[in-house]
Design a protein around this ligand. Structure first.
Ligand code: ARG
Length: 472
């Protein structure tokens, strides 16, 4: 940004002196809101057409206005037009650009419009556009998780509760659990989009306009579903930003949980996976190290995503209607969360897509920690033993095994019978991991066949999500 010339202000008329430097420095937002420029220009074109239809711009004036806006857009893209610190915000900078091109005619565009409805419109347009990019990146992560899940539908792994071995699961089932979380995130963002598709333009500063504008036509041109039904709400409302930040924070939380699992899986203690060199880092001092920085950063970045949400909610709390300058503080948390997700998601997708799963080790440790104890208890239940008694009997068996340093499948028939009369030689039939997985075949269970069913259903959902993001 250059240091600019004479400060450009949209509000100088009633002031005798210029603003203090300290005020100017506090007030300026163009250094971060400049990224709204393409959306501000879109909205300006729609507004120009509405002014024309209202008879407030001649045909020739409209053509010159649109031409100048197009030219300004090119100049912004090429970098030939840049905001300066003398421009208070993106709207001011672009009005300067328009005046430079059109002279007095440029001043006609502001009729019936205020920065209050403009900025609310720009931020909605920006977010609706970027949410589609975020969803595309989420789809890539879902796809990476699903293709690993497909390869590992049959791979047995220790399933955990309390981070303790609980029951064996298909590793594919566990990977798909993460896909379901991300699929809900996308569903939430699509639902958000429906609520965000309301155009504030036409609300003016707060009360609408006495000029014969057509807010519905503007809304339609900008791809919104409708125009705001209440001008005061339209300029004061930042629910769309807060709700987006909640959705982003929850994606962050989901990424942090996946990230934490990857950190564990890659550790020497687990050794469930090996990360590809391209998605792991070394240590500056310990030559042997291979660190899970991608997963750790995914975990860590959830902190700033949650922080953005709390920042905005705190800004909004207690604000009287309608527009207050506090609302300028909405943009940085929104931009930061968008940037963070667009940065983290491709890295996590790459990490997942390229990780190598140590199938043999997973399968070998799946029965550890007496993970088949529930299968044994359920076998007794099928024979008519009350679950309470079955639980007790298997509990005794586990203690017996611990005392004798044996695993469940190492016990002899005689030893079984000694612990409880409920146990018969066929009890040992259920003490194998593939059988335990296959047995959990009810809807939602970890049986490999059910995992494959889930994959079929998820593929359909994810395809629809990808088409939505692509604008289809
Ligand atoms: N830069 C301002 C913002 O981000 C634009 C709206 C300014 N409106 C005003 N009445 N000063 O909120």
């Amino acid at each position: 940004m250059s240091d600019g010339g004479k400060p450009m202000r949209l509000w100088g008329g009633r002031f005798e002196g210029g603003p203090a430097d300290a005020l100017t420095r506090l007030s300026v937002s163009v250094q971060f809101d400049w990224r709204l420029a393409p959306y501000d220009l879109l909205a300006s074109r729609a507004h120009a057409r509405v002014l024309h239809r209202a008879g407030l711009l001649e045909d020739d004036e409209l053509n010159r206005m649109i031409g100048a806006l197009d030219d300004l857009e090119h100049a912004c893209v090429s970098g030939e037009f840049r905001p300066t610190v003398a421009d208070e915000d993106v709207h001011t900078a672009l009005e300067r650009g328009l005046l430079e091109r059109l002279g007095a005619l440029g001043g006609k565009l502001r009729a019936g419009r205020s920065r209050n409805d403009q900025v609310a419109t720009d931020l909605r347009l920006y977010l609706r556009d970027h949410v589609r990019h975020i969803v595309s990146r989420l789809v890539e992560l879902e796809t990476a998780l699903m293709s690993q899940a497909e390869q590992h539908a049959e791979t047995a792994a220790p399933g955990m509760t309390h981070l303790q071995h609980a029951q064996p699961v298909s590793f594919g089932h566990q990977l798909l659990a993460h896909v379901h979380a991300f699929a809900r995130d996308i569903d939430r963002l699509r639902d958000w989009d429906r609520r965000a598709a309301v155009s504030p333009l036409g609300s003016g500063a707060l009360a609408g306009s006495s000029l014969p504008l057509d807010p519905q036509a503007v809304a339609e041109e900008l791809g919104f579903g409708s125009a705001a039904p209440n001008s005061m709400d339209a300029v004061a409302d930042r629910d769309f930003a807060a709700e987006f930040l909640f959705c982003a924070a929850l994606v962050g939380v989901h990424l942090s949980r996946l990230g934490e699992e990857v950190v564990l899986w890659a550790s020497q203690e687990f050794r469930w996976i090996e990360m590809d060199d391209a998605y792991s880092t070394g240590s500056s001092i310990m030559p042997q190290k291979k660190n899970p920085d991608v997963a750790e950063l995914a975990r860590g970045k959830s902190g700033r995503l949650i922080g953005s949400l709390t920042t905005l909610l705190t800004v909004l709390k207690g604000l009287p209607l309608t527009y207050n300058r506090d609302l300028q503080e909405d943009k940085e948390p929104v931009f930061d969360s968008v940037d963070t997700l667009l940065l983290v998601l491709p890295a996590v997708a790459g990490l997942v897509a390229t990780m190598r799963v140590n199938t043999a080790r997973l399968a070998a440790s799946a029965p550890d920690g007496f993970a088949l104890a529930t299968d044994l208890a359920e076998l007794l239940v099928r024979k008519g033993v009350p679950f309470r008694d079955a639980h007790e009997a298997v509990g005794h068996l586990v203690v017996w095994c611990q005392v004798h340093d044996k695993t469940l499948d190492e016990i002899t028939d005689e030893e079984l019978a000694k612990v409880s009369p409920h146990f018969t030689p066929d009890s040992r039939d259920v003490l194998n991991v593939p059988g335990a997985l296959a047995a959990r075949k009810a809807h939602g269970g970890t049986a490999p066949d059910r995992v494959r069913d889930q994959l079929v259903a998820l593929r359909e959902i994810v395809d629809a999500q990808a088409s939505w993001a692509a604008g289809a």
